[in-house]
Design a protein around this ligand. Structure first.
Ligand code: NCD
Ligand code: ZN
Length: 345
Protein backbone atom coordinates (compact mmCIF):
# COMPACT_ATOMS: atom_id res chain seq x y z
CA UNK A 1 0.00 0.00 0.00
CA UNK A 2 1.45 3.38 -1.02
CA UNK A 3 -1.04 5.68 0.59
CA UNK A 4 -3.65 5.61 3.29
CA UNK A 5 -6.55 8.02 3.81
CA UNK A 6 -8.24 8.21 7.19
CA UNK A 7 -10.57 10.50 9.12
CA UNK A 8 -8.39 13.27 10.56
CA UNK A 9 -7.07 12.07 13.94
CA UNK A 10 -7.28 13.73 17.35
CA UNK A 11 -4.57 13.78 20.01
CA UNK A 12 -6.12 12.87 23.36
CA UNK A 13 -3.06 13.84 25.45
CA UNK A 14 -0.95 16.87 24.58
CA UNK A 15 1.31 19.33 26.41
CA UNK A 16 1.46 22.68 24.62
CA UNK A 17 3.24 24.72 27.34
CA UNK A 18 2.81 28.50 27.24
CA UNK A 19 4.14 31.78 25.84
CA UNK A 20 7.05 31.49 23.36
CA UNK A 21 7.28 27.72 23.77
CA UNK A 22 3.58 27.36 22.98
CA UNK A 23 4.00 29.41 19.84
CA UNK A 24 6.89 27.16 18.72
CA UNK A 25 5.03 23.85 19.09
CA UNK A 26 1.31 24.40 18.55
CA UNK A 27 1.63 24.58 14.76
CA UNK A 28 3.00 21.02 14.63
CA UNK A 29 -0.07 19.66 16.44
CA UNK A 30 -2.48 21.79 14.39
CA UNK A 31 -0.97 20.38 11.19
CA UNK A 32 -1.56 16.77 12.23
CA UNK A 33 -4.62 16.76 14.44
CA UNK A 34 -8.14 18.17 14.32
CA UNK A 35 -8.46 18.38 18.11
CA UNK A 36 -6.23 17.83 21.09
CA UNK A 37 -6.85 17.32 24.79
CA UNK A 38 -4.61 19.96 26.36
CA UNK A 39 -2.84 19.04 29.58
CA UNK A 40 -3.15 21.59 32.38
CA UNK A 41 0.28 21.20 34.05
CA UNK A 42 1.41 24.78 33.53
CA UNK A 43 3.10 26.77 36.25
CA UNK A 44 0.83 27.68 37.99
CA UNK A 45 -1.54 24.89 36.92
CA UNK A 46 -4.85 25.36 35.13
CA UNK A 47 -7.22 24.69 38.03
CA UNK A 48 -10.39 26.59 37.09
CA UNK A 49 -12.63 26.98 34.06
CA UNK A 50 -11.65 30.64 33.94
CA UNK A 51 -7.94 29.78 33.70
CA UNK A 52 -8.69 27.11 31.09
CA UNK A 53 -10.60 29.59 28.96
CA UNK A 54 -7.74 32.10 29.16
CA UNK A 55 -5.23 29.38 28.21
CA UNK A 56 -7.43 28.30 25.32
CA UNK A 57 -7.44 31.85 24.07
CA UNK A 58 -3.62 32.04 24.26
CA UNK A 59 -3.43 28.82 22.21
CA UNK A 60 -5.80 30.11 19.55
CA UNK A 61 -3.97 33.43 19.36
CA UNK A 62 -0.87 31.59 18.10
CA UNK A 63 -2.81 30.06 15.21
CA UNK A 64 -4.19 31.63 12.03
CA UNK A 65 -7.69 33.03 12.44
CA UNK A 66 -9.21 30.42 10.12
CA UNK A 67 -7.57 27.47 11.90
CA UNK A 68 -9.58 24.22 12.16
CA UNK A 69 -7.63 23.11 15.23
CA UNK A 70 -9.74 22.74 18.37
CA UNK A 71 -8.11 22.62 21.80
CA UNK A 72 -10.12 20.51 24.26
CA UNK A 73 -9.26 21.98 27.65
CA UNK A 74 -8.79 20.16 30.97
CA UNK A 75 -8.50 21.18 34.62
CA UNK A 76 -5.71 20.17 36.99
CA UNK A 77 -7.07 18.42 40.07
CA UNK A 78 -5.72 19.62 43.41
CA UNK A 79 -6.57 18.77 47.02
CA UNK A 80 -8.49 22.02 47.15
CA UNK A 81 -10.73 21.45 44.11
CA UNK A 82 -14.42 22.11 44.79
CA UNK A 83 -17.55 20.46 43.50
CA UNK A 84 -18.55 23.86 42.12
CA UNK A 85 -15.53 23.64 39.73
CA UNK A 86 -17.15 20.55 38.24
CA UNK A 87 -20.50 22.30 37.92
CA UNK A 88 -18.66 25.00 35.97
CA UNK A 89 -17.19 22.38 33.63
CA UNK A 90 -20.60 20.93 32.95
CA UNK A 91 -21.70 24.41 31.86
CA UNK A 92 -18.54 25.26 29.89
CA UNK A 93 -18.48 24.35 26.23
CA UNK A 94 -14.71 24.03 25.92
CA UNK A 95 -13.60 22.10 29.01
CA UNK A 96 -13.77 18.35 28.64
CA UNK A 97 -11.99 16.57 31.48
CA UNK A 98 -10.08 16.74 34.76
CA UNK A 99 -6.49 15.52 35.12
CA UNK A 100 -5.22 13.70 38.20
CA UNK A 101 -1.50 13.94 38.89
CA UNK A 102 -0.52 12.19 42.08
CA UNK A 103 1.63 14.87 43.80
CA UNK A 104 5.26 14.37 42.81
CA UNK A 105 4.62 11.85 39.99
CA UNK A 106 5.91 13.91 37.05
CA UNK A 107 6.68 17.35 35.54
CA UNK A 108 4.80 20.14 37.38
CA UNK A 109 2.86 17.70 39.55
CA UNK A 110 3.77 19.34 42.86
CA UNK A 111 0.30 20.88 43.09
CA UNK A 112 -1.29 17.47 42.50
CA UNK A 113 -3.44 15.36 44.76
CA UNK A 114 -1.70 14.15 47.95
CA UNK A 115 -4.45 11.75 49.03
CA UNK A 116 -7.28 10.60 46.85
CA UNK A 117 -9.82 10.80 49.65
CA UNK A 118 -9.34 14.60 49.61
CA UNK A 119 -11.10 14.71 46.26
CA UNK A 120 -13.83 12.09 46.75
CA UNK A 121 -16.65 14.69 46.72
CA UNK A 122 -15.24 16.10 43.47
CA UNK A 123 -15.01 12.63 41.91
CA UNK A 124 -18.58 12.00 43.00
CA UNK A 125 -19.67 15.14 41.19
CA UNK A 126 -17.67 14.20 38.08
CA UNK A 127 -19.31 10.80 38.02
CA UNK A 128 -22.71 12.42 38.27
CA UNK A 129 -21.95 14.93 35.48
CA UNK A 130 -20.16 12.50 33.14
CA UNK A 131 -16.84 14.42 33.23
CA UNK A 132 -13.92 12.06 32.49
CA UNK A 133 -11.01 11.71 34.93
CA UNK A 134 -7.64 11.48 33.16
CA UNK A 135 -5.04 9.74 35.29
CA UNK A 136 -1.27 9.82 35.43
CA UNK A 137 -1.14 6.29 36.82
CA UNK A 138 1.98 6.03 38.94
CA UNK A 139 2.46 5.82 42.69
CA UNK A 140 4.95 8.29 44.07
CA UNK A 141 6.29 6.26 47.01
CA UNK A 142 10.09 6.37 46.59
CA UNK A 143 10.29 2.83 48.00
CA UNK A 144 8.51 1.52 44.91
CA UNK A 145 10.88 0.80 42.02
CA UNK A 146 10.30 3.34 39.19
CA UNK A 147 9.64 0.49 36.74
CA UNK A 148 6.86 -0.88 39.01
CA UNK A 149 5.05 2.37 39.77
CA UNK A 150 2.32 1.95 37.16
CA UNK A 151 1.58 -1.63 38.13
CA UNK A 152 1.41 -0.75 41.84
CA UNK A 153 -0.83 2.22 41.06
CA UNK A 154 -3.24 -0.03 39.18
CA UNK A 155 -3.47 -2.52 42.04
CA UNK A 156 -3.43 -0.15 45.00
CA UNK A 157 -5.17 2.96 43.71
CA UNK A 158 -7.00 2.46 40.41
CA UNK A 159 -8.76 -0.83 41.15
CA UNK A 160 -10.28 0.43 44.45
CA UNK A 161 -11.14 3.78 42.80
CA UNK A 162 -13.12 2.07 40.04
CA UNK A 163 -14.94 -0.03 42.63
CA UNK A 164 -15.93 3.05 44.58
CA UNK A 165 -16.86 5.15 41.52
CA UNK A 166 -18.22 2.51 39.20
CA UNK A 167 -19.81 5.00 36.79
CA UNK A 168 -16.88 7.43 36.62
CA UNK A 169 -15.32 7.70 33.15
CA UNK A 170 -11.58 7.14 33.51
CA UNK A 171 -8.70 7.36 31.02
CA UNK A 172 -5.48 5.72 32.16
CA UNK A 173 -3.03 7.94 30.30
CA UNK A 174 0.11 6.87 28.43
CA UNK A 175 0.07 3.21 29.44
CA UNK A 176 3.43 1.46 29.60
CA UNK A 177 2.85 -2.10 30.85
CA UNK A 178 1.17 -5.37 30.05
CA UNK A 179 -0.50 -4.96 33.45
CA UNK A 180 -2.17 -1.77 32.24
CA UNK A 181 -3.21 -3.38 28.95
CA UNK A 182 -4.79 -6.32 30.79
CA UNK A 183 -6.45 -4.15 33.41
CA UNK A 184 -8.01 -1.82 30.84
CA UNK A 185 -9.01 -4.65 28.47
CA UNK A 186 -10.76 -6.52 31.26
CA UNK A 187 -12.16 -3.41 32.93
CA UNK A 188 -15.58 -1.80 32.61
CA UNK A 189 -16.63 0.15 29.52
CA UNK A 190 -16.08 3.36 31.51
CA UNK A 191 -12.32 2.70 31.46
CA UNK A 192 -10.01 3.45 28.49
CA UNK A 193 -6.34 4.21 27.85
CA UNK A 194 -4.16 6.42 25.66
CA UNK A 195 -1.01 5.15 23.96
CA UNK A 196 2.02 7.27 23.01
CA UNK A 197 4.30 6.77 19.99
CA UNK A 198 7.37 6.21 22.18
CA UNK A 199 5.79 3.38 24.16
CA UNK A 200 4.95 1.64 20.87
CA UNK A 201 8.43 2.20 19.43
CA UNK A 202 10.82 1.58 22.27
CA UNK A 203 11.56 -0.54 25.27
CA UNK A 204 13.78 0.65 28.12
CA UNK A 205 16.89 -0.28 26.15
CA UNK A 206 16.34 2.99 24.23
CA UNK A 207 17.38 4.87 27.39
CA UNK A 208 20.81 3.23 27.39
CA UNK A 209 21.61 2.87 23.70
CA UNK A 210 25.45 3.25 23.56
CA UNK A 211 25.16 5.74 26.41
CA UNK A 212 22.48 7.62 28.33
CA UNK A 213 19.70 8.98 26.07
CA UNK A 214 17.92 11.82 27.85
CA UNK A 215 15.65 12.53 24.86
CA UNK A 216 14.04 9.11 25.27
CA UNK A 217 13.22 9.80 28.91
CA UNK A 218 9.58 10.36 29.75
CA UNK A 219 7.21 9.36 32.52
CA UNK A 220 5.96 6.76 32.97
CA UNK A 221 9.40 5.51 31.95
CA UNK A 222 9.85 3.02 29.07
CA UNK A 223 9.56 -0.61 30.19
CA UNK A 224 10.77 -4.07 29.11
CA UNK A 225 10.15 -5.43 25.60
CA UNK A 226 7.34 -7.75 26.76
CA UNK A 227 5.40 -4.65 27.86
CA UNK A 228 6.01 -2.84 24.58
CA UNK A 229 4.72 -5.86 22.68
CA UNK A 230 1.54 -5.95 24.78
CA UNK A 231 0.91 -2.26 24.09
CA UNK A 232 1.50 -2.68 20.34
CA UNK A 233 -0.93 -5.57 20.28
CA UNK A 234 -3.60 -3.61 22.17
CA UNK A 235 -3.28 -0.44 20.08
CA UNK A 236 -3.38 -2.28 16.76
CA UNK A 237 -6.13 -4.71 17.76
CA UNK A 238 -9.08 -2.45 17.01
CA UNK A 239 -10.17 -2.64 20.67
CA UNK A 240 -12.14 0.56 21.21
CA UNK A 241 -10.69 1.13 24.69
CA UNK A 242 -7.28 2.14 23.29
CA UNK A 243 -6.70 5.39 21.48
CA UNK A 244 -4.13 7.93 20.38
CA UNK A 245 -2.59 10.32 22.91
CA UNK A 246 0.90 11.48 21.99
CA UNK A 247 1.90 12.90 25.40
CA UNK A 248 4.07 15.20 23.32
CA UNK A 249 5.85 17.05 26.14
CA UNK A 250 8.55 19.42 24.92
CA UNK A 251 11.39 20.53 27.16
CA UNK A 252 14.32 22.72 26.14
CA UNK A 253 17.29 20.67 24.97
CA UNK A 254 19.41 22.06 27.82
CA UNK A 255 16.99 21.04 30.52
CA UNK A 256 16.94 17.45 29.24
CA UNK A 257 20.71 17.24 28.75
CA UNK A 258 21.37 18.09 32.36
CA UNK A 259 22.46 16.44 35.62
CA UNK A 260 18.76 16.20 36.49
CA UNK A 261 17.07 15.91 33.12
CA UNK A 262 13.35 16.64 32.68
CA UNK A 263 10.89 13.90 31.72
CA UNK A 264 9.02 14.39 28.46
CA UNK A 265 9.40 13.61 24.74
CA UNK A 266 8.49 15.95 21.89
CA UNK A 267 6.48 14.10 19.22
CA UNK A 268 4.01 16.66 17.89
CA UNK A 269 6.08 17.02 14.71
CA UNK A 270 5.87 13.42 13.53
CA UNK A 271 3.64 11.36 15.84
CA UNK A 272 1.09 10.42 13.19
CA UNK A 273 3.77 9.16 10.81
CA UNK A 274 5.33 7.12 13.62
CA UNK A 275 2.01 5.54 14.60
CA UNK A 276 1.41 4.71 10.93
CA UNK A 277 4.80 3.02 10.66
CA UNK A 278 4.13 0.94 13.78
CA UNK A 279 0.70 -0.14 12.48
CA UNK A 280 2.24 -1.07 9.13
CA UNK A 281 5.00 -3.12 10.78
CA UNK A 282 2.27 -4.95 12.67
CA UNK A 283 0.32 -5.60 9.45
CA UNK A 284 -2.60 -3.63 10.90
CA UNK A 285 -2.84 -0.45 8.81
CA UNK A 286 -6.56 -1.18 8.52
CA UNK A 287 -6.90 -0.54 12.28
CA UNK A 288 -5.10 2.83 12.28
CA UNK A 289 -8.21 4.92 11.72
CA UNK A 290 -10.04 3.31 14.58
CA UNK A 291 -7.16 3.95 16.99
CA UNK A 292 -6.33 7.45 15.75
CA UNK A 293 -9.67 8.93 14.74
CA UNK A 294 -12.64 6.97 16.12
CA UNK A 295 -12.11 5.35 19.53
CA UNK A 296 -11.19 8.50 21.44
CA UNK A 297 -14.04 10.61 20.13
CA UNK A 298 -16.47 7.83 20.97
CA UNK A 299 -15.15 7.53 24.52
CA UNK A 300 -15.29 11.30 25.11
CA UNK A 301 -18.76 11.46 23.58
CA UNK A 302 -17.78 14.00 20.93
CA UNK A 303 -18.58 13.84 17.22
CA UNK A 304 -16.26 12.21 14.72
CA UNK A 305 -14.23 14.54 12.52
CA UNK A 306 -15.46 14.83 8.96
CA UNK A 307 -12.26 15.88 7.22
CA UNK A 308 -9.90 13.19 5.87
CA UNK A 309 -6.11 13.16 5.75
CA UNK A 310 -3.75 11.16 3.55
CA UNK A 311 -0.38 9.68 4.39
CA UNK A 312 1.84 8.49 1.56
CA UNK A 313 4.84 6.19 1.40
CA UNK A 314 7.72 8.60 1.22
CA UNK A 315 10.95 8.52 3.18
CA UNK A 316 12.03 11.65 4.98
CA UNK A 317 14.50 12.52 7.66
CA UNK A 318 13.26 13.85 10.99
CA UNK A 319 15.06 17.13 11.79
CA UNK A 320 17.71 16.77 14.49
CA UNK A 321 16.56 19.85 16.31
CA UNK A 322 13.73 22.40 16.24
CA UNK A 323 13.27 25.94 17.58
CA UNK A 324 11.62 26.17 21.00
CA UNK A 325 11.13 29.73 22.23
CA UNK A 326 14.66 31.08 22.56
CA UNK A 327 15.93 27.54 23.04
CA UNK A 328 15.78 24.28 21.04
CA UNK A 329 13.92 20.99 21.34
CA UNK A 330 14.98 17.54 20.10
CA UNK A 331 12.08 15.64 18.50
CA UNK A 332 11.32 11.94 18.88
CA UNK A 333 13.39 9.97 16.32
CA UNK A 334 15.62 12.99 15.79
CA UNK A 335 17.79 12.50 12.67
CA UNK A 336 16.15 9.16 11.82
CA UNK A 337 14.26 8.19 8.69
CA UNK A 338 10.49 7.72 8.54
CA UNK A 339 8.66 5.84 5.79
CA UNK A 340 5.33 7.72 5.84
CA UNK A 341 4.57 11.36 5.29
CA UNK A 342 1.38 13.23 6.06
CA UNK A 343 0.27 15.17 2.99
CA UNK A 344 -0.27 18.86 3.57
CA UNK A 345 -3.92 19.81 3.35
C1 NCD B 1 5.07 15.43 30.97
C2 NCD B 1 5.50 16.90 30.93
O1 NCD B 1 6.69 17.15 30.68
O2 NCD B 1 4.66 17.78 31.12
N1 NCD B 1 6.23 14.59 30.97
C3 NCD B 1 6.30 13.29 30.61
O3 NCD B 1 7.37 12.69 30.77
N2 NCD B 1 5.28 12.66 30.07
C4 NCD B 1 4.17 15.20 32.13
C5 NCD B 1 3.46 13.86 32.08
O4 NCD B 1 2.55 13.66 31.29
O5 NCD B 1 3.86 12.97 32.84
ZN1 ZN C 1 1.55 13.98 29.70
Amino acid sequence: MDSITIIQPDDFHLHLRDEEALNSVVHDSARQFARAVIMPNLKPPVTTVELAMAYRQRILTCLPEDTDFTPLMTLYLTDRARTSDIEEIAKAEFVHAVKLYPAGATTNSEYGVTELKNVFPVLEKMQESGVPLLIHGEVTNPDVDPFDREKVFINDVLAPLLKQFSELKVVLEHITTRDAVDFVSNGPSTLAATVTPQHLLYNRGALFNNGLRPHNFCLPVLKREEHRLAIVEAATSGNEKFFLGTDSAPHAKDSKESDCGCAGIYSALNALEIYTQVFEDQGCLDKLEQFASINGARFYGISQNTKKVTLTKQTWEVPRILPFGDNEVVPLMSGETLRWKLQSQ
